[in-house]
Design a protein around this ligand. Structure first.
Ligand SMILES: [Zn+2]
Ligand SMILES: [Zn+2]
Length: 336
């Protein structure tokens, strides 16, 4: 089969003769149709984390069942499935306290073992969600949406909240839609790029603001006391230090965009203490894929306009470069 193999840091080789993976009795073999390129892939590619070489990356996967293991029930070849990449042991301390995303044996398809930038992918049957109503490209959005649903749970958006989303890329656009579904009274979205803000307005942003030197002032006009919840969907470390000021006293700041593991910023512990702030993290998916699947299948979240380019796997290195430079207009996906 054809696959993009990460053989070392920043070394992706397109191979046409990779043997298809063998599957166990409870696995299925999924023929990849669409697989999103994510900021995490850039980090993996650059060796920041999860460096297990050789690796076929790609964790935002939708495809068709090609083969099922002998103990698999309820799935047949030809079924269209979205894939929750999360693999947990269900036995360790963190699994036992329902924090499966911190499983001591945490693994993920396309992160620590081969994923969707190869034509055929081995996946446990229990990680597959059969779908009918959306395209493969839309279905591949269910994985980032499941991360967003977990982030929204962590940020606890109360009905009537004022929410600020920093960054209007695909993740920011999903947080915008999810915040509205959670009952935010108004969502304000900030980005450097006008076109992304236009799209945010189409997705129901009450206010959009171009990030420039006048940003603090512009945001103060919208929310004089600050925002109940600020969601950082930029992955730019400096934003964290700059944007804590936009949280209302007693409010919450969700660190969602993925920064580099060695990035540092300066924050004032006094400010966190004095203003009752909550700084909240959110890693990957914690049993939220099921709800993301429902949001997707029922059309409560619309991802059609978040797809900017479908590329063949040969162009994965170009896609990763675009992601790194921030020049991708919206989500890039590898299609087979
Ligand atoms: Zn991702
Ligand atoms: Zn575990």
């Amino acid at each position: 089969m054809k696959a993009a193999v990460l053989e070392a840091v920043k070394k992706i080789v397109i191979r046409n003769n990779v043997p298809p993976p063998a599957i166990g009795p409870r696995d299925v073999l999924v023929r990849a149709r669409a697989c999103g390129i994510c900021g995490t892939d850039v980090h993996i590619w650059e060796g920041d984390f999860f460096p297990t070489f050789p690796l076929i990356p790609g964790h935002e996967l939708a495809g068709e069942v090609a083969l099922v293991g002998r103990e698999v029930e309820g799935l047949r070849p030809g079924d269209r499935v979205m894939v929750d990449p999360t693999l947990t042991c269900d036995e360790c301390h963190f699994c036992r306290i329902n924090r499966q995303n911190h499983c001591l044996k945490w693994n993920a398809v396309g992160v620590t073992r081969d994923g969707g930038f190869g034509e055929l992918v081995r996946v446990p049957a229990k990680n597959c969600y059969r779908f009918e109503r959306v395209s493969f490209g839309e279905a591949a959005f269910c994985e980032p949406l499941a991360c967003v649903v977990f982030g929204q749970d962590r940020a606890r958006i109360d009905i009537g909240s004022e929410v600020l989303v920093l960054g209007a890329g695909p993740i920011g656009q999903l947080h915008l839609q999810a915040s509205r579904a959670n009952g935010a009274a108004a969502v304000t979205v900030v980005d450097l790029v006008e076109a992304k803000l236009d799209l945010a307005r189409e997705h129901g942003a009450a206010f959009t603001v171009v990030a420039d030197n006048a940003l603090p002032e512009k945001l103060r006009k919208i929310a004089p006391y600050g925002f109940d919840v600020v969601i950082d969907a930029t992955g730019v470390a400096r934003v964290f230090g700059d944007a804590i000021q936009y949280v209302k006293n007693g409010g919450r700041y969700l660190v969602f965009g993925v920064c580099g593991p060695h990035d540092k910023v300066e924050v004032s512990p006094f400010e966190i203490y004095r203003r009752d702030l909550e700084i909240i993290g959110s890693f990957a998916i914690r049993r939220t894929y099921d709800r993301a699947f429902r949001l997707m299948e029922r059309g409560a979240v619309d991802v059609k306009k978040l797809l900017s380019e479908a590329i063949p796997v040969e162009e994965l290195p170009r896609g990763l470069e675009m992601m790194k430079k921030g020049t991708a207009p919206m989500k890039l996906q590898v299609v087979f």
